[in-house]
Ligand binder design. Structure first.
Ligand SMILES: *[C@@H]1O[C@H](CO)[C@@H](O)[C@H](O)[C@H]1NC(C)=O
Ligand SMILES: *[C@@H]1O[C@H](CO)[C@@H](O)[C@H](O)[C@H]1NC(C)=O
Ligand SMILES: *[C@@H]1O[C@H](CO)[C@@H](O)[C@H](O)[C@H]1NC(C)=O
Ligand SMILES: *[C@@H]1O[C@H](CO)[C@@H](O)[C@H](O)[C@H]1NC(C)=O
Ligand SMILES: *[C@@H]1O[C@H](CO)[C@@H](O)[C@H](O)[C@H]1NC(C)=O
Ligand SMILES: *[C@@H]1O[C@H](CO)[C@@H](O)[C@H](O)[C@H]1NC(C)=O
Ligand SMILES: *[C@@H]1O[C@H](CO)[C@@H](O)[C@H](O)[C@H]1NC(C)=O
Ligand SMILES: *[C@@H]1O[C@H](CO)[C@@H](O)[C@H](O)[C@H]1NC(C)=O
Ligand SMILES: *[C@@H]1O[C@H](CO)[C@@H](O)[C@H](O)[C@H]1NC(C)=O
Ligand SMILES: *[C@@H]1O[C@H](CO)[C@@H](O)[C@H](O)[C@H]1NC(C)=O
Ligand SMILES: *[C@@H]1O[C@H](CO)[C@@H](O)[C@H](O)[C@H]1NC(C)=O
Length: 427
Protein backbone atom coordinates (compact mmCIF):
# COMPACT_ATOMS: atom_id res chain seq x y z
CA UNK A 1 0.00 0.00 0.00
CA UNK A 2 1.29 3.44 -0.97
CA UNK A 3 1.44 5.70 2.02
CA UNK A 4 3.20 8.47 0.29
CA UNK A 5 5.48 9.24 -2.50
CA UNK A 6 8.17 11.82 -2.20
CA UNK A 7 9.77 12.96 -5.35
CA UNK A 8 13.10 14.60 -5.09
CA UNK A 9 14.62 16.04 -8.13
CA UNK A 10 18.09 17.29 -7.98
CA UNK A 11 19.45 18.95 -11.01
CA UNK A 12 23.03 19.86 -11.41
CA UNK A 13 23.42 22.16 -14.31
CA UNK A 14 26.76 23.16 -15.61
CA UNK A 15 27.38 26.37 -17.40
CA UNK A 16 27.54 26.00 -21.15
CA UNK A 17 27.92 29.53 -22.33
CA UNK A 18 27.54 31.33 -19.08
CA UNK A 19 29.16 34.59 -18.27
CA UNK A 20 31.86 36.23 -20.25
CA UNK A 21 34.83 37.85 -18.65
CA UNK A 22 35.34 41.47 -19.52
CA UNK A 23 38.81 42.81 -20.15
CA UNK A 24 39.57 46.47 -20.76
CA UNK A 25 42.92 47.58 -22.13
CA UNK A 26 43.80 51.25 -21.84
CA UNK A 27 46.66 51.79 -24.27
CA UNK A 28 48.34 54.18 -26.69
CA UNK A 29 49.48 53.37 -30.20
CA UNK A 30 53.18 54.23 -30.05
CA UNK A 31 53.89 52.87 -26.57
CA UNK A 32 56.23 49.84 -26.62
CA UNK A 33 54.61 48.35 -23.49
CA UNK A 34 51.17 48.62 -25.09
CA UNK A 35 52.47 46.96 -28.23
CA UNK A 36 54.12 44.16 -26.29
CA UNK A 37 51.04 43.54 -24.15
CA UNK A 38 48.51 43.54 -26.96
CA UNK A 39 50.60 41.44 -29.32
CA UNK A 40 52.31 38.96 -26.98
CA UNK A 41 50.00 38.71 -23.99
CA UNK A 42 46.50 39.69 -24.97
CA UNK A 43 46.22 38.33 -28.50
CA UNK A 44 47.19 34.66 -27.97
CA UNK A 45 44.67 34.42 -25.13
CA UNK A 46 42.06 36.24 -27.18
CA UNK A 47 42.51 33.72 -29.98
CA UNK A 48 41.86 30.86 -27.56
CA UNK A 49 38.98 32.45 -25.67
CA UNK A 50 37.39 35.02 -27.96
CA UNK A 51 33.91 33.57 -27.51
CA UNK A 52 34.00 34.18 -23.75
CA UNK A 53 35.96 37.37 -23.79
CA UNK A 54 34.28 40.74 -23.73
CA UNK A 55 36.96 42.92 -25.26
CA UNK A 56 37.07 46.63 -24.49
CA UNK A 57 39.94 48.54 -26.10
CA UNK A 58 40.50 52.14 -25.05
CA UNK A 59 43.16 53.93 -27.10
CA UNK A 60 44.23 57.15 -25.39
CA UNK A 61 46.91 56.59 -22.75
CA UNK A 62 48.93 59.38 -21.17
CA UNK A 63 47.33 62.15 -23.14
CA UNK A 64 45.20 65.18 -22.53
CA UNK A 65 42.44 66.94 -24.37
CA UNK A 66 41.29 70.54 -24.40
CA UNK A 67 38.34 71.97 -26.20
CA UNK A 68 39.23 75.57 -26.88
CA UNK A 69 36.76 77.59 -28.92
CA UNK A 70 34.94 74.53 -30.17
CA UNK A 71 37.78 72.43 -31.45
CA UNK A 72 39.59 69.59 -29.76
CA UNK A 73 43.32 69.75 -29.21
CA UNK A 74 45.10 66.61 -27.99
CA UNK A 75 48.58 66.14 -26.61
CA UNK A 76 49.94 62.61 -26.49
CA UNK A 77 52.91 61.01 -24.77
CA UNK A 78 54.60 60.10 -28.05
CA UNK A 79 53.60 63.19 -29.98
CA UNK A 80 51.01 64.10 -32.62
CA UNK A 81 51.47 60.85 -34.60
CA UNK A 82 50.29 58.94 -31.56
CA UNK A 83 47.20 61.14 -31.21
CA UNK A 84 46.40 60.41 -34.85
CA UNK A 85 46.87 56.66 -34.38
CA UNK A 86 44.71 56.69 -31.25
CA UNK A 87 42.02 58.52 -33.20
CA UNK A 88 41.99 55.98 -36.04
CA UNK A 89 41.86 53.14 -33.52
CA UNK A 90 39.01 54.89 -31.69
CA UNK A 91 37.06 55.07 -34.95
CA UNK A 92 37.61 51.37 -35.72
CA UNK A 93 36.57 50.34 -32.23
CA UNK A 94 33.45 52.47 -32.38
CA UNK A 95 32.33 51.70 -35.92
CA UNK A 96 33.00 47.98 -36.31
CA UNK A 97 32.08 44.74 -34.54
CA UNK A 98 34.51 43.94 -31.78
CA UNK A 99 36.07 40.95 -33.55
CA UNK A 100 36.96 43.10 -36.55
CA UNK A 101 38.24 46.06 -34.58
CA UNK A 102 40.30 43.75 -32.36
CA UNK A 103 41.95 42.21 -35.43
CA UNK A 104 42.55 45.72 -36.73
CA UNK A 105 44.10 47.00 -33.51
CA UNK A 106 46.36 43.99 -33.01
CA UNK A 107 47.41 44.07 -36.66
CA UNK A 108 48.32 47.75 -36.37
CA UNK A 109 50.18 47.25 -33.10
CA UNK A 110 52.12 44.37 -34.67
CA UNK A 111 53.19 46.58 -37.55
CA UNK A 112 56.25 48.79 -37.66
CA UNK A 113 54.21 51.88 -36.81
CA UNK A 114 50.65 51.71 -35.50
CA UNK A 115 50.07 55.35 -36.43
CA UNK A 116 51.09 55.37 -40.06
CA UNK A 117 48.46 55.40 -42.79
CA UNK A 118 50.22 52.75 -44.83
CA UNK A 119 50.00 50.24 -42.00
CA UNK A 120 46.56 51.33 -40.87
CA UNK A 121 45.15 50.90 -44.35
CA UNK A 122 46.69 47.46 -44.71
CA UNK A 123 45.28 46.38 -41.37
CA UNK A 124 41.86 47.72 -42.33
CA UNK A 125 41.93 45.42 -45.34
CA UNK A 126 43.02 42.49 -43.17
CA UNK A 127 40.12 43.08 -40.77
CA UNK A 128 37.61 43.74 -43.56
CA UNK A 129 37.22 47.31 -42.39
CA UNK A 130 36.62 50.09 -44.89
CA UNK A 131 39.57 52.46 -44.96
CA UNK A 132 37.37 55.10 -46.55
CA UNK A 133 34.97 54.88 -43.61
CA UNK A 134 37.85 55.33 -41.16
CA UNK A 135 39.16 58.34 -43.07
CA UNK A 136 35.70 59.89 -43.06
CA UNK A 137 35.49 59.33 -39.32
CA UNK A 138 38.71 61.32 -38.92
CA UNK A 139 37.89 64.16 -41.32
CA UNK A 140 34.35 64.64 -40.03
CA UNK A 141 35.50 65.32 -36.47
CA UNK A 142 33.84 62.13 -35.20
CA UNK A 143 37.32 60.79 -34.45
CA UNK A 144 37.96 63.79 -32.19
CA UNK A 145 34.78 63.16 -30.25
CA UNK A 146 35.53 59.44 -29.90
CA UNK A 147 39.06 60.11 -28.74
CA UNK A 148 37.83 62.72 -26.28
CA UNK A 149 35.34 60.18 -24.94
CA UNK A 150 38.17 57.67 -24.49
CA UNK A 151 40.02 60.44 -22.67
CA UNK A 152 37.14 60.85 -20.23
CA UNK A 153 37.10 57.10 -19.58
CA UNK A 154 40.85 57.06 -19.12
CA UNK A 155 40.79 60.06 -16.79
CA UNK A 156 38.33 58.23 -14.58
CA UNK A 157 41.08 55.69 -13.93
CA UNK A 158 43.65 58.31 -13.02
CA UNK A 159 45.73 58.34 -10.86
CA UNK A 160 46.03 54.60 -11.42
CA UNK A 161 46.56 54.85 -15.11
CA UNK A 162 49.17 57.54 -15.15
CA UNK A 163 51.53 55.15 -13.45
CA UNK A 164 51.56 52.69 -16.26
CA UNK A 165 50.29 52.28 -19.82
CA UNK A 166 48.80 49.86 -20.77
CA UNK A 167 46.40 49.51 -17.88
CA UNK A 168 44.52 46.22 -17.68
CA UNK A 169 41.12 46.11 -16.01
CA UNK A 170 39.03 42.99 -15.44
CA UNK A 171 35.27 43.22 -15.08
CA UNK A 172 35.31 47.01 -14.81
CA UNK A 173 37.01 46.88 -11.42
CA UNK A 174 40.55 48.15 -11.38
CA UNK A 175 42.83 46.06 -9.22
CA UNK A 176 46.45 47.06 -9.26
CA UNK A 177 47.75 43.60 -8.37
CA UNK A 178 45.82 41.91 -11.15
CA UNK A 179 46.85 44.63 -13.57
CA UNK A 180 50.50 44.13 -12.66
CA UNK A 181 50.56 40.36 -13.02
CA UNK A 182 48.42 40.50 -16.16
CA UNK A 183 51.07 42.57 -17.89
CA UNK A 184 53.33 39.53 -18.03
CA UNK A 185 51.02 36.63 -17.27
CA UNK A 186 47.78 37.60 -18.89
CA UNK A 187 46.82 34.13 -20.09
CA UNK A 188 47.16 32.53 -16.69
CA UNK A 189 45.14 35.19 -14.89
CA UNK A 190 42.53 35.35 -17.61
CA UNK A 191 41.91 31.62 -17.70
CA UNK A 192 41.71 31.44 -13.92
CA UNK A 193 39.18 34.25 -13.70
CA UNK A 194 37.18 32.95 -16.64
CA UNK A 195 36.85 29.52 -15.06
CA UNK A 196 35.75 31.10 -11.85
CA UNK A 197 33.08 33.39 -13.24
CA UNK A 198 31.48 30.41 -14.87
CA UNK A 199 29.00 29.16 -12.39
CA UNK A 200 30.02 25.70 -11.26
CA UNK A 201 26.56 24.35 -10.78
CA UNK A 202 23.10 25.36 -9.81
CA UNK A 203 21.22 23.41 -7.25
CA UNK A 204 17.51 23.01 -7.65
CA UNK A 205 15.32 21.79 -4.86
CA UNK A 206 12.83 19.98 -7.03
CA UNK A 207 9.61 21.78 -6.22
CA UNK A 208 9.49 23.76 -9.41
CA UNK A 209 9.28 27.42 -10.12
CA UNK A 210 11.95 29.75 -8.96
CA UNK A 211 14.64 27.88 -7.12
CA UNK A 212 17.71 28.73 -5.16
CA UNK A 213 20.17 31.35 -6.03
CA UNK A 214 23.80 30.61 -5.59
CA UNK A 215 24.77 34.21 -6.07
CA UNK A 216 26.24 34.61 -2.65
CA UNK A 217 28.97 32.07 -3.21
CA UNK A 218 31.75 32.18 -0.71
CA UNK A 219 35.34 32.22 -1.78
CA UNK A 220 37.20 29.21 -0.52
CA UNK A 221 40.64 29.96 0.87
CA UNK A 222 43.04 27.08 1.43
CA UNK A 223 46.26 27.82 3.28
CA UNK A 224 48.99 25.17 3.25
CA UNK A 225 51.35 26.07 6.07
CA UNK A 226 53.69 24.74 8.74
CA UNK A 227 53.87 25.79 12.36
CA UNK A 228 57.49 26.97 12.62
CA UNK A 229 57.66 28.77 9.29
CA UNK A 230 57.89 32.55 9.83
CA UNK A 231 56.24 33.27 6.46
CA UNK A 232 53.32 31.08 7.44
CA UNK A 233 52.98 32.88 10.75
CA UNK A 234 53.23 36.28 9.15
CA UNK A 235 50.67 35.44 6.49
CA UNK A 236 48.16 33.90 8.87
CA UNK A 237 48.43 36.64 11.48
CA UNK A 238 48.88 39.76 9.36
CA UNK A 239 47.19 38.95 6.06
CA UNK A 240 44.68 36.17 6.52
CA UNK A 241 43.28 36.98 9.94
CA UNK A 242 42.32 40.65 9.45
CA UNK A 243 40.53 39.67 6.23
CA UNK A 244 38.85 36.76 7.96
CA UNK A 245 37.63 39.10 10.68
CA UNK A 246 36.17 41.49 8.11
CA UNK A 247 34.68 38.84 5.82
CA UNK A 248 34.19 35.63 7.78
CA UNK A 249 30.69 35.32 6.30
CA UNK A 250 32.05 35.35 2.75
CA UNK A 251 34.99 33.03 3.30
CA UNK A 252 35.22 29.27 3.41
CA UNK A 253 38.32 28.62 5.48
CA UNK A 254 40.48 25.56 4.82
CA UNK A 255 43.72 25.30 6.79
CA UNK A 256 46.23 22.53 6.09
CA UNK A 257 49.15 22.28 8.51
CA UNK A 258 51.90 20.13 7.03
CA UNK A 259 54.20 22.10 4.73
CA UNK A 260 57.53 20.81 3.50
CA UNK A 261 57.36 17.52 5.32
CA UNK A 262 57.17 13.85 4.53
CA UNK A 263 55.53 10.84 6.07
CA UNK A 264 56.35 7.15 6.04
CA UNK A 265 54.36 4.31 7.46
CA UNK A 266 56.86 1.56 8.29
CA UNK A 267 55.36 -1.50 9.87
CA UNK A 268 52.25 0.33 10.97
CA UNK A 269 53.85 3.35 12.60
CA UNK A 270 53.87 6.81 11.12
CA UNK A 271 57.13 8.68 11.02
CA UNK A 272 57.17 12.33 9.97
CA UNK A 273 60.04 14.57 9.01
CA UNK A 274 59.42 18.30 8.94
CA UNK A 275 61.33 21.25 7.57
CA UNK A 276 61.94 22.77 11.00
CA UNK A 277 62.46 19.51 12.87
CA UNK A 278 60.41 17.28 15.17
CA UNK A 279 58.93 20.19 17.15
CA UNK A 280 57.28 21.38 13.96
CA UNK A 281 55.79 17.95 13.26
CA UNK A 282 54.34 18.00 16.75
CA UNK A 283 52.89 21.50 16.24
CA UNK A 284 51.41 20.49 12.91
CA UNK A 285 49.78 17.52 14.61
CA UNK A 286 48.25 19.72 17.34
CA UNK A 287 46.84 22.02 14.67
CA UNK A 288 45.55 19.08 12.62
CA UNK A 289 43.69 17.78 15.65
CA UNK A 290 42.20 21.18 16.47
CA UNK A 291 41.01 21.62 12.89
CA UNK A 292 39.46 18.18 12.81
CA UNK A 293 37.79 18.13 16.21
CA UNK A 294 36.44 21.63 16.62
CA UNK A 295 34.36 24.06 14.63
CA UNK A 296 36.14 26.00 11.92
CA UNK A 297 35.54 29.21 13.89
CA UNK A 298 37.18 27.82 17.01
CA UNK A 299 40.05 26.12 15.24
CA UNK A 300 40.76 29.20 13.11
CA UNK A 301 41.03 31.29 16.29
CA UNK A 302 43.25 28.61 17.76
CA UNK A 303 45.56 28.42 14.76
CA UNK A 304 45.98 32.18 14.49
CA UNK A 305 46.56 32.54 18.24
CA UNK A 306 49.13 29.75 18.11
CA UNK A 307 50.94 31.16 15.09
CA UNK A 308 51.03 34.53 16.84
CA UNK A 309 52.65 33.06 19.93
CA UNK A 310 56.40 32.95 20.52
CA UNK A 311 56.50 29.21 19.79
CA UNK A 312 53.56 27.61 18.01
CA UNK A 313 54.73 24.15 18.96
CA UNK A 314 55.02 24.52 22.71
CA UNK A 315 52.32 23.03 24.91
CA UNK A 316 52.25 26.19 27.00
CA UNK A 317 51.21 28.25 23.98
CA UNK A 318 48.81 25.61 22.73
CA UNK A 319 47.05 25.37 26.07
CA UNK A 320 46.67 29.15 26.32
CA UNK A 321 45.31 29.31 22.77
CA UNK A 322 42.99 26.38 23.38
CA UNK A 323 41.54 28.21 26.35
CA UNK A 324 41.10 31.46 24.47
CA UNK A 325 39.30 29.71 21.62
CA UNK A 326 37.15 27.58 23.92
CA UNK A 327 38.83 24.36 22.86
CA UNK A 328 39.35 21.58 25.35
CA UNK A 329 43.08 21.14 25.86
CA UNK A 330 42.44 17.66 27.30
CA UNK A 331 40.60 16.56 24.15
CA UNK A 332 43.30 18.07 21.96
CA UNK A 333 46.09 16.34 23.92
CA UNK A 334 44.30 12.99 23.66
CA UNK A 335 44.12 13.34 19.89
CA UNK A 336 47.77 14.33 19.59
CA UNK A 337 49.05 11.43 21.65
CA UNK A 338 46.86 8.86 19.92
CA UNK A 339 47.01 7.41 16.40
CA UNK A 340 44.35 9.92 15.42
CA UNK A 341 46.86 12.75 15.43
CA UNK A 342 49.17 10.76 13.16
CA UNK A 343 46.37 9.85 10.79
CA UNK A 344 45.15 13.44 10.56
CA UNK A 345 48.63 14.74 9.87
CA UNK A 346 49.22 12.01 7.29
CA UNK A 347 45.94 12.98 5.60
CA UNK A 348 47.12 16.60 5.45
CA UNK A 349 50.31 15.26 3.92
CA UNK A 350 48.36 13.53 1.17
CA UNK A 351 46.50 16.75 0.41
CA UNK A 352 49.72 18.74 0.44
CA UNK A 353 51.49 16.25 -1.82
CA UNK A 354 48.79 16.79 -4.42
CA UNK A 355 49.79 20.42 -4.81
CA UNK A 356 53.47 19.56 -5.03
CA UNK A 357 55.59 20.55 -6.96
CA UNK A 358 53.83 23.85 -6.75
CA UNK A 359 53.89 23.83 -3.00
CA UNK A 360 57.49 22.93 -2.43
CA UNK A 361 58.49 26.20 -3.96
CA UNK A 362 56.89 28.26 -1.31
CA UNK A 363 55.22 27.98 2.07
CA UNK A 364 52.58 29.13 2.76
CA UNK A 365 50.73 28.25 -0.42
CA UNK A 366 47.39 29.98 -0.82
CA UNK A 367 44.73 28.54 -3.10
CA UNK A 368 41.42 30.13 -3.96
CA UNK A 369 38.43 27.96 -4.85
CA UNK A 370 40.55 24.83 -5.16
CA UNK A 371 42.33 26.05 -8.28
CA UNK A 372 45.98 26.85 -7.85
CA UNK A 373 47.20 29.92 -9.67
CA UNK A 374 50.71 31.05 -8.97
CA UNK A 375 50.05 34.70 -9.83
CA UNK A 376 47.16 34.87 -7.39
CA UNK A 377 49.21 33.10 -4.78
CA UNK A 378 51.92 35.72 -5.08
CA UNK A 379 49.45 38.57 -4.85
CA UNK A 380 47.71 36.98 -1.89
CA UNK A 381 50.93 36.59 0.06
CA UNK A 382 51.22 40.34 0.45
CA UNK A 383 47.82 41.73 -0.47
CA UNK A 384 45.38 39.12 0.65
CA UNK A 385 42.33 41.21 1.46
CA UNK A 386 42.51 43.07 -1.80
CA UNK A 387 42.54 39.96 -3.96
CA UNK A 388 40.09 38.10 -1.76
CA UNK A 389 37.56 40.86 -2.10
CA UNK A 390 38.03 41.17 -5.85
CA UNK A 391 37.38 37.46 -6.21
CA UNK A 392 34.41 37.55 -3.88
CA UNK A 393 32.76 40.31 -5.83
CA UNK A 394 33.61 38.98 -9.27
CA UNK A 395 33.47 35.24 -8.87
CA UNK A 396 29.79 35.02 -8.43
CA UNK A 397 27.21 32.97 -10.14
CA UNK A 398 24.52 34.94 -11.76
CA UNK A 399 21.08 34.41 -10.37
CA UNK A 400 20.02 30.84 -10.99
CA UNK A 401 16.46 30.07 -11.81
CA UNK A 402 14.47 27.33 -13.35
CA UNK A 403 11.89 27.94 -16.03
CA UNK A 404 10.07 25.13 -17.70
CA UNK A 405 12.49 22.58 -19.03
CA UNK A 406 15.51 24.80 -19.39
CA UNK A 407 17.72 25.72 -16.54
CA UNK A 408 19.22 29.12 -17.02
CA UNK A 409 21.79 31.23 -15.40
CA UNK A 410 21.36 34.92 -15.81
CA UNK A 411 20.60 35.27 -19.46
CA UNK A 412 22.78 32.41 -20.57
CA UNK A 413 21.44 28.99 -21.30
CA UNK A 414 22.53 26.13 -19.18
CA UNK A 415 22.94 22.60 -20.23
CA UNK A 416 21.52 20.15 -17.79
CA UNK A 417 24.43 18.06 -16.71
CA UNK A 418 23.01 15.36 -14.54
CA UNK A 419 19.42 14.92 -13.61
CA UNK A 420 18.73 12.56 -10.78
CA UNK A 421 15.24 11.55 -9.90
CA UNK A 422 14.83 9.56 -6.78
CA UNK A 423 11.48 8.06 -6.04
CA UNK A 424 11.30 7.38 -2.38
CA UNK A 425 8.46 5.02 -1.75
CA UNK A 426 7.15 4.41 1.69
CA UNK A 427 5.11 1.22 2.13
C1 LIG B 1 34.25 70.26 -28.16
O1 LIG B 1 34.49 70.71 -29.46
C2 LIG B 1 33.69 70.10 -30.47
C3 LIG B 1 34.19 70.56 -31.80
O2 LIG B 1 35.39 69.89 -32.10
C4 LIG B 1 32.23 70.35 -30.20
O3 LIG B 1 31.44 69.75 -31.20
C5 LIG B 1 31.87 69.82 -28.84
O4 LIG B 1 30.54 70.11 -28.51
C6 LIG B 1 32.79 70.32 -27.74
N1 LIG B 1 32.54 69.52 -26.56
C7 LIG B 1 32.62 70.00 -25.35
C8 LIG B 1 32.35 69.02 -24.22
O5 LIG B 1 32.91 71.14 -25.09
C1 LIG C 1 49.51 66.98 -21.72
O1 LIG C 1 50.13 65.78 -22.17
C2 LIG C 1 51.48 65.97 -22.62
C3 LIG C 1 51.94 64.63 -23.17
O2 LIG C 1 51.75 63.58 -22.26
C4 LIG C 1 52.35 66.48 -21.48
O3 LIG C 1 53.65 66.71 -21.98
C5 LIG C 1 51.75 67.79 -20.95
O4 LIG C 1 52.47 68.19 -19.81
C6 LIG C 1 50.28 67.56 -20.56
N1 LIG C 1 49.70 68.85 -20.18
C7 LIG C 1 48.90 68.98 -19.15
C8 LIG C 1 48.36 70.35 -18.89
O5 LIG C 1 48.58 68.03 -18.44
C1 LIG D 1 33.09 38.52 -36.72
O1 LIG D 1 32.01 37.84 -36.13
C2 LIG D 1 30.94 37.59 -37.01
C3 LIG D 1 29.82 36.94 -36.23
O2 LIG D 1 29.59 37.61 -35.04
C4 LIG D 1 31.41 36.71 -38.15
O3 LIG D 1 30.34 36.53 -39.07
C5 LIG D 1 32.59 37.36 -38.86
O4 LIG D 1 33.12 36.48 -39.82
C6 LIG D 1 33.68 37.71 -37.86
N1 LIG D 1 34.72 38.47 -38.53
C7 LIG D 1 36.03 38.30 -38.29
C8 LIG D 1 36.97 39.20 -39.03
O5 LIG D 1 36.44 37.47 -37.49
C1 LIG E 1 54.90 56.68 -37.52
O1 LIG E 1 54.28 57.19 -38.67
C2 LIG E 1 53.90 58.56 -38.56
C3 LIG E 1 53.11 58.92 -39.82
O2 LIG E 1 53.75 58.47 -40.98
C4 LIG E 1 55.15 59.41 -38.40
O3 LIG E 1 54.79 60.76 -38.24
C5 LIG E 1 55.88 58.96 -37.15
O4 LIG E 1 57.09 59.64 -36.99
C6 LIG E 1 56.17 57.47 -37.19
N1 LIG E 1 56.65 57.08 -35.88
C7 LIG E 1 57.58 56.16 -35.72
C8 LIG E 1 57.99 55.85 -34.31
O5 LIG E 1 58.11 55.59 -36.67
C1 LIG F 1 33.37 42.17 -45.36
O1 LIG F 1 32.39 43.11 -44.94
C2 LIG F 1 31.31 43.23 -45.86
C3 LIG F 1 30.38 44.30 -45.30
O2 LIG F 1 31.09 45.45 -44.96
C4 LIG F 1 30.58 41.93 -46.04
O3 LIG F 1 29.56 42.08 -47.00
C5 LIG F 1 31.57 40.86 -46.46
O4 LIG F 1 30.92 39.60 -46.48
C6 LIG F 1 32.75 40.80 -45.49
N1 LIG F 1 33.74 39.86 -45.97
C7 LIG F 1 34.29 38.94 -45.19
C8 LIG F 1 35.31 38.05 -45.84
O5 LIG F 1 33.98 38.80 -44.00
C1 LIG G 1 12.15 25.07 -2.85
O1 LIG G 1 12.33 26.45 -3.18
C2 LIG G 1 11.12 27.15 -3.27
C3 LIG G 1 11.44 28.55 -3.78
O2 LIG G 1 12.49 29.14 -3.03
C4 LIG G 1 10.44 27.16 -1.88
O3 LIG G 1 9.24 27.86 -1.94
C5 LIG G 1 10.18 25.73 -1.47
O4 LIG G 1 9.66 25.69 -0.15
C6 LIG G 1 11.45 24.90 -1.51
N1 LIG G 1 11.12 23.51 -1.28
C7 LIG G 1 11.85 22.71 -0.53
C8 LIG G 1 11.40 21.30 -0.43
O5 LIG G 1 12.87 23.10 0.03
C1 LIG H 1 49.82 3.66 9.02
O1 LIG H 1 50.14 3.28 10.33
C2 LIG H 1 49.06 3.36 11.26
C3 LIG H 1 49.58 3.13 12.65
O2 LIG H 1 50.22 4.33 13.06
C4 LIG H 1 47.98 2.37 10.83
O3 LIG H 1 46.88 2.43 11.74
C5 LIG H 1 47.50 2.75 9.43
O4 LIG H 1 46.56 1.84 8.95
C6 LIG H 1 48.65 2.86 8.46
N1 LIG H 1 48.15 3.50 7.28
C7 LIG H 1 48.57 3.22 6.06
C8 LIG H 1 47.94 3.96 4.93
O5 LIG H 1 49.44 2.39 5.85
C1 LIG I 1 61.86 14.53 4.30
O1 LIG I 1 61.71 15.86 4.81
C2 LIG I 1 62.89 16.38 5.42
C3 LIG I 1 62.54 17.76 5.98
O2 LIG I 1 61.95 18.59 5.02
C4 LIG I 1 64.04 16.42 4.42
O3 LIG I 1 65.20 16.89 5.05
C5 LIG I 1 64.25 15.04 3.83
O4 LIG I 1 65.21 15.11 2.81
C6 LIG I 1 62.94 14.47 3.27
N1 LIG I 1 63.17 13.08 2.87
C7 LIG I 1 62.65 12.60 1.76
C8 LIG I 1 62.94 11.15 1.50
O5 LIG I 1 61.97 13.26 0.98
C1 LIG J 1 49.46 38.93 18.18
O1 LIG J 1 50.13 39.18 19.36
C2 LIG J 1 50.29 40.57 19.68
C3 LIG J 1 51.05 40.69 20.99
O2 LIG J 1 51.95 39.66 21.18
C4 LIG J 1 48.93 41.22 19.80
O3 LIG J 1 49.09 42.60 20.02
C5 LIG J 1 48.15 40.99 18.52
O4 LIG J 1 46.83 41.50 18.67
C6 LIG J 1 48.08 39.53 18.20
N1 LIG J 1 47.42 39.36 16.89
C7 LIG J 1 46.45 38.50 16.70
C8 LIG J 1 45.89 38.45 15.31
O5 LIG J 1 46.01 37.78 17.56
C1 LIG K 1 59.40 25.38 20.66
O1 LIG K 1 58.97 24.52 21.70
C2 LIG K 1 59.34 23.16 21.54
C3 LIG K 1 58.65 22.35 22.61
O2 LIG K 1 58.79 22.99 23.86
C4 LIG K 1 60.87 23.04 21.55
O3 LIG K 1 61.24 21.70 21.35
C5 LIG K 1 61.44 23.89 20.43
O4 LIG K 1 62.83 23.88 20.46
C6 LIG K 1 60.94 25.31 20.52
N1 LIG K 1 61.33 25.99 19.32
C7 LIG K 1 61.70 27.24 19.27
C8 LIG K 1 62.07 27.80 17.94
O5 LIG K 1 61.73 27.94 20.29
C1 LIG L 1 32.50 26.65 24.93
O1 LIG L 1 32.22 25.32 24.47
C2 LIG L 1 31.23 24.63 25.21
C3 LIG L 1 31.06 23.26 24.61
O2 LIG L 1 32.31 22.67 24.37
C4 LIG L 1 29.92 25.40 25.18
O3 LIG L 1 28.95 24.75 25.99
C5 LIG L 1 30.13 26.82 25.65
O4 LIG L 1 28.94 27.56 25.48
C6 LIG L 1 31.26 27.48 24.87
N1 LIG L 1 31.55 28.81 25.43
C7 LIG L 1 31.70 29.86 24.67
C8 LIG L 1 32.02 31.14 25.38
O5 LIG L 1 31.57 29.85 23.45
Amino acid sequence: MWKGVLIWAIFFASAASAQNLKISVYYETLCPDSIRFLVNEFYPTYQDHAEHMEVDLVPYGKANATNSSGSWVFQCQHGPAECYGNKVHSCAVDLYPVNQSTEFVVCAMSSTNASSDVNLEQCAVTANISWTTLQECISSGQGDELLAANGRRTDELIPDLINFVPTIVFQDVFNNDLHTVALNNFGSIYVYLLEQVHCGFCHFNGSGGLIGSVKAQNVKVSVYYETLCPYSANFLVSQFYPTYQNHAGQMEVDLIPYGKANATNDSGTWTFECQHGPAECYGNKVHSCALHLFSIEQSTEFVVCSMNSSNATSDTSSELCATSSNISWTTLKECVSSNQGDELLAANGRRTDKVIPVLINSIPTIIFNDVFNNELRNIAASNFENIFWFLYEQIQCEYCYFSGSAARIGSATFVLGIAILLLMVEL
